[in-house]
Design a protein. Structure first.
Length: 206
């Protein structure tokens, strides 16, 4: 299995793994801010598709400089993604967006408290890239189970109560949208001993 990754000593890190393929590393930083050294973006070509692994800033608390950094990161991502759209390049923008796009993606908004950036309105505006549409790969398109959370905080017994958020997403360019076959979340992974507070989200392309 071939892999590329980038991490740092704190909690940031991204990686791309490819089975039976030889990915071509394109970049290890999101363009737009040469002073940004956080390990939050990596991009590679895998079998003719551009694949990214991204980890958006958490942005908490808001308002404040961390939330401002999150919004600025979003703008850089939108600008970069627009290039894929205008050039009709097949791309999957996958990762932890730290954004719950709709009310269905948030368990009891009030319970998360004031000042959290995850459910905030401003980041939810990442629906377009430079005026061109990106298609979100929504598991609810394929299965009827609702909601489709991907994150359950360790605090307040949130996993046993299924009190989660959907923060992890895969966005595909229009060039790939017609090839989308399946999408889901491996919820069972979150219940394993020593598990991450996120469960893997995935898609299958024709």
């Amino acid at each position: 299995m071939a892999r590329y990754g980038r991490g740092q000593k704190t909690w940031n890190g991204v990686a791309i793994l490819a089975r039976n393929a030889d990915p071509v590393l394109i970049r290890t930083e999101l363009p737009g801010d040469p002073t940004d050294r956080e390990a939050r973006y990596i991009e590679a070509a895998v079998k003719g598709i551009i694949v990214t692994s991204l980890y958006l800033p958490n942005g908490n608390p808001q308002p404040g400089p961390k939330f401002d950094y999150k919004l600025a990161w979003f703008e850089r991502l939108k600008s970069h993604a627009a290039k894929f759209i205008t050039q009709d390049i097949p791309v999957v923008l996958a990762g932890d967006y730290n954004v719950a796009p709709t009310g269905l993606d948030i368990y009891s908004t009030k319970s998360w408290g004031q000042g959290r950036a995850d459910p905030a309105e401003e980041p939810r505006r990442f629906q377009v890239a430079g005026g061109a549409r990106l298609d979100r790969c929504d598991p609810r398109t394929f299965i009827q189970r609702r909601p489709m959370f991907t994150f359950w905080d360790y605090k307040r017994n949130r996993w046993p109560r299924d009190a989660g958020l959907r923060l992890d997403h895969l966005l595909v360019s229009p060039a790939l949208a017609s090839r989308l076959k399946k999408a889901d979340v491996d919820r069972a992974a979150r219940g394993q001993e020593g598990a991450s507070d996120h469960a893997p989200a995935w898609i299958v392309l024709k």
